[in-house]
Design a protein around this ligand. Structure first.
Ligand SMILES: [Zn+2]
Ligand SMILES: [Zn+2]
Length: 442
C-alpha cells in the first residue's frame, strides 16, 4: 500500500503489517477488490491501493470541528443567498431582478415543472441536505444522535447530485452571453452563493469518511487473518461500498450500515448497457429539438445545442462557445462511447487492462455531471430575461431531454462495477492472469 504524507506526518506502523493491538484494518479496494491491511494513518496522510492507486483512506487533522464549521457557514451563506436580490438585468430602460429561488420558481410558474424541480433539487435541496447531514453527523460523533447510519447513507448517495459548482459555471456563461446586450448587476446574494460554493466544496474536502463510519460503529472484520494481495472474491469476502466494511460473501446486508451488499453488482453490464442505450435514444431528440426560445424585439428564435454554439462562435465568444461545445456535445458522446467500451472490455477477459481503464472510468464518471451546465444556463436565463416581446428566454423540450441524457449517463456510471475490469487481471490468487495479459509471471 502506498502512503502519502501531509506536512510532517508519517505512518505509525508498517503499511504491510498488523500490529498486535488490532489497530490495522482489512480493506478491500472498491475499484479492484484487492485485499490490503490499512495501517493506522497519522493526520494528513492518505493510503492508496497497491494495484490501482485508488485512494483507500485519507486522515484529517480534526475530523469533527472543521467539517461542522464549514457546513454551518455554507448553510448560512445559502440562507443569505435566498434572502437578498441575486442578479438584476437592465435593457432599454427596463429592469428585471431575481432572487436565487426564482431560478426554479419561474420555471415552475411557466409550466416547466419537471425542469423546475430538477433545478431546485440539484442547486438548493440536495446541497442544503448534505450540509445539514454533515452537521448532524459531526454533532452525532460527540453525542451519539439517533439515525446517523441512515443520514450517512443518504449523504454519500446524494453527494454527486449536488451541482452548485456546475450552476456557478452556468452563471458565468450566462453573464458572458448577456453582457453584450444588457447591463448585468450582481446582488448581495450572488456573492453569498459564491461563498456557499466554496464552503460546500471545502466541507467535502475535510470530511473524513473513514472516521465518520468508525464513530458510528467499528468496522466489522473477518475473524481470521487473510492474505494480502488476494482479491476479496477469492477469499469469499466482499466490500460494503457505503461504509467500506468487509464481510463474508454469504452475508446479505452490512452489519454496520445495513446496506444490501454484493460481491459484484448484479447484472451490472446489462443495466449499464440498458441505460447507455436509453441515453443514446434520448440524445438524438435532445440535439434535434430546441432547448431554448429567444424573443428579441418581437422576433422569435428557437435554438438547439449546436445552433447555440454556432451563434456564440460567430459572435466571437470563443471561450464560452468552446465550454458549451465540450460540456454539451463532446463530453456526453465520449462518456457514452467510453462506457460502451468499458462494458465490452469487462465482458472480454483477454482484453481487460484494469489500471488504465479504471482511471478512464473514474475520469468519465467525474466529468459527466458537468454536461448539466447547458441546462442550468437555460434555467437561469429563463428566470432572468423576462421583458416580454423586447427580450425573453423560454426553455424548450430539448433542455428536459438533455437533462435526461445527463442523468441517464450518470446512472449508467453508477451501475457499472469497475471491479469487473480487474477480475481477470494479475493478483496473488490469479498469477495466471499475468500470462494472459503481460506474457510473463511477475
Ligand atoms: Zn485497487
Ligand atoms: Zn456498510
Amino acid at each position: 500500500m502506498k502512503i502519502t504524507a501531509g506536512l510532517t506526518a508519517q505512518p505509525t506502523i508498517s503499511p504491510n503489517s498488523v500490529d498486535g493491538t488490532g489497530n490495522s484494518e482489512l480493506v478491500l479496494c472498491p475499484h479492484c477488490d484487492l485485499a490490503q491491511y490499512l495501517p493506522v494513518l497519522a493526520a494528513g496522510e492518505e493510503a492508496h491501493c497497491d494495484r490501482c492507486q485508488q485512494q483507500l483512506d485519507a486522515r484529517q487533522y480534526d475530523p469533527i470541528l472543521p467539517p461542522a464549521l464549514y457546513a454551518a457557514s455554507a448553510l448560512l451563506m445559502l440562507l443569505l443567498a435566498n434572502l437578498f436580490p441575486f442578479v438584476s438585468m437592465a435593457i432599454a430602460g427596463n429592469r428585471s431582478e431575481i432572487h436565487f429561488f426564482d431560478t426554479s420558481a419561474v420555471l415552475f410558474n411557466q409550466f416547466h415543472q419537471s425542469l423546475a424541480i430538477l433545478v431546485w433539487l440539484i442547486i438548493q435541496a440536495v446541497p442544503a441536505f448534505c450540509m445539514l447531514a454533515v452537521i448532524y453527523l459531526k454533532i452525532g460523533m460527540l453525542y451519539r444522535l439517533p439515525a446517523r447510519i441512515w443520514v450517512a447513507r443518504v449523504l454519500f448517495m446524494l453527494k454527486p447530485w449536488s451541482m452548485v459548482d456546475i450552476f456557478l459555471m452556468g452563471l458565468l456563461i450566462s453573464f458572458v452571453k448577456l453582457v453584450a446586450t444588457a447591463e448585468i448587476s450582481l446582488g448581495m446574494s450572488f456573492w453569498a452563493f459564491c461563498l456557499f460554493c466554496l464552503l460546500h466544496l471545502r466541507t467535502f474536502q475535510v470530511l473524513d469518511r473513514h472516521a465518520l463510519w468508525a464513530s458510528i460503529a467499528p468496522s466489522p472484520q473477518p475473524v481470521l487473518r487473510v492474505k494480502e494481495g488476494h482479491t476479496g472474491l477469492s477469499m469469499q469476502l466482499k466490500l460494503c461500498h457505503c461504509c467500506t466494511a468487509v464481510m463474508p460473501i454469504q452475508q446479505k446486508r452490512c452489519s454496520r450500515c445495513y446496506t444490501r451488499v454484493y460481491a459484484r453488482l448484479p447484472a451490472s453490464l446489462q443495466k449499464t448497457l440498458a441505460l447507455l442505450l436509453t441515453a443514446c435514444v434520448l440524445y438524438i431528440p435532445a440535439n434535434v429539438l430546441p432547448i431554448m426560445r429567444t424573443v428579441s424585439l418581437g422576433e422569435i428564435t428557437d435554438s438547439t445545442i449546436i445552433s447555440g454554439f454556432i451563434l456564440m462562435w460567430q459572435n466571437g465568444e470563443y471561450p464560452v462557445a468552446i465550454i458549451i461545445f465540450l460540456a454539451s456535445v463532446v463530453i456526453p458522446i465520449i462518456k457514452i462511447a467510453v462506457m460502451f467500451w468499458l462494458c465490452f472490455l469487462a465482458s472480454t477477459p483477454t482484453l481487460s487492462k484494469g489500471k488504465r481503464n479504471g482511471i478512464i472510468y473514474q475520469l468519465v464518471d467525474w466529468v459527466g455531471r458537468w454536461s448539466m451546465v447547458d441546462v442550468l444556463v437555460v434555467a437561469f436565463m429563463a428566470a432572468l430575461v423576462r421583458f416580454g416581446l423586447l427580450a425573453s428566454v423560454y426553455p424548450k423540450i430539448g433542455a428536459v431531454l438533455f437533462a435526461a441524457v445527463v442523468i441517464t449517463t450518470m446512472l449508467a456510471a453508477v451501475s457499472f462495477d469497475p471491479r469487473l475490469l480487474w477480475d481477470h487481471q494479475p493478483s496473488a490468487d490469479n498469477p495466471q492472469a499475468y500470462l494472459n495479459t503481460e506474457g510473463v509471471i511477475k
